[in-house]
Design a binder for this molecule. Structure first.
Ligand code: FAD
Length: 328
């Protein structure tokens, strides 16, 4: 029997959706019937909804409550995650590619002297070695590599958000709850949290929008995004952009989709004047439907698009918008 330990996250006193995504990822790694998924929640507040985790596939939920475990306190998480690790002695450890996961996972790996695989977009088990096999973008997203852990005792994996869908929960599932009391000595916390600045964003957040309408350098000017905003509003979606647009200052970088921007998985992704560079696609290739408007028939975006219109957006977009307005 092997334990798969995953570190869930708590945000605004609720269990973050990434926790459920990590359980789905862990499910792909079970290869013996008695392999067990352990979800650890380390937080200053433990939401009552932790019992729901059993319905999503957790067999054990480990709760560690301590006022020093606020999201900004990486040192406390590192100490506590090592104790959780020692308690369950897992073969596989999963973290999310969040601010917290990216901070804690490599440091835990260093403490344990084991390797860590970053930014994984798919997982599996190598049938020969029974070790974890990860798929991750390399060379700035220009290629996708599949790697297998060598013969190490512990394999630590950081999973990209929004690539695993939470499973449909089964009702009334029960499991084991382990409450760990971890003493955290304040003297061991070497960093000091000063301030968190939360930027208010308008409309639907890009990452959770079902429809995203994104523009690229081909739009030619910041003011042309007004058409995209209107289309997004009618469709109940959000506006996104390529990095070229954000670098040019037409939109803030919070709108950027891609390898160094946000990862999105909308049902519908409409792109206008975006070439579809691999670094852009790294953030949107899991969209369910991609519609592209581009005047270059050889643009890379057409390799991923389900529907494509080759032509000048100046002619296409106003007419499309008019049709959508009428339907609305
Ligand atoms: C390490 C690294 C990380 C990166 N991260 C990201 C990232 O996170 N996100 C990202 O987007 N990029 C990223 N990039 C940049 C990426 O490589 C591309 O340069 C960028 O995505 C290009 O943006 P674009 O498609 O808007 O512009 P372009 O590549 O210039 O494409 C513009 C497109 O518009 C079309 N067009 C022009 N005029 C019209 C018209 N009138 N009607 C219709 N179509 C028209 C053109 O045919 C062209 O295909 C990264 C690069 C590196 C090296």
């Amino acid at each position: 029997m092997a334990n798969i330990l995953l570190f869930g996250e708590v945000s605004d006193k609720e269990i973050s959706s990434i926790t459920y995504e990590l359980i789905s990822a862990a499910n792909k790694l079970k290869f013996n019937e008695d392999d067990k998924i352990v979800v650890a929640l380390l937080s200053e507040v433990i939401p009552e909804s932790y019992e729901n985790l059993f319905s999503y596939g957790a067999e054990t939920v480990c709760l560690v409550k301590n006022e020093l475990l606020s999201r900004s306190n990486t040192d406390a998480f590192i100490i506590a995650s090592k104790e959780v690790f020692d308690k369950f002695n897992p073969e596989i450890v999963l973290f999310a590619k969040t601010d917290l996961g990216r901070d804690v996972a490599p440091r835990l790996a260093f403490k344990l002297g084991v390797p860590v695989a970053q930014d994984c977009i798919d997982l599996g088990i190598d049938q020969d070695t029974k070790k974890v096999m990860v798929t991750r973008p390399v060379y700035g997203g220009s290629a996708i590599a599949t790697l297998v852990f060598e013969d190490v005792e512990t394999q630590i994996v950081i999973v990209r958000p929004k690539v695993f869908e939470p499973i449909t929960p089964t009702e009334n599932s029960k499991g084991e709850v382990v409450e760990l009391n971890i003493e955290l000595d304040e003297k061991l916390i070497k960093t000091k949290f000063i301030e968190e600045v939360v930027k208010e964003s308008e409309g639907i957040p890009l990452e959770s929008a079902k429809v995203v309408v994104a523009g690229g350098r081909g739009l030619g000017d910041a003011k042309n995004f007004d058409l995209l905003r209107e289309l997004a509003e009618i469709l109940g979606g959000a506006v996104g952009a390529s990095r070229a647009v954000c670098d040019a200052g037409w939109l803030d970088h919070e709108y950027q989709v891609g390898l160094t921007g946000k990862t999105i998985t909308p049902d519908l992704y409409i792109t206008v004047g975006i070439s579809g560079a691999s670094q852009h696609m790294a953030g949107c290739s899991s969209s369910k439907n991609i519609v592209a408007i581009n005047k270059d028939p050889n643009a890379n975006i057409f390799n991923s698009a389900n529907y494509g219109v080759v032509g000048d957006w100046n002619a296409i977009l106003p007419a499309f918008l008019e049709a959508v307005r009428e339907l609305n």
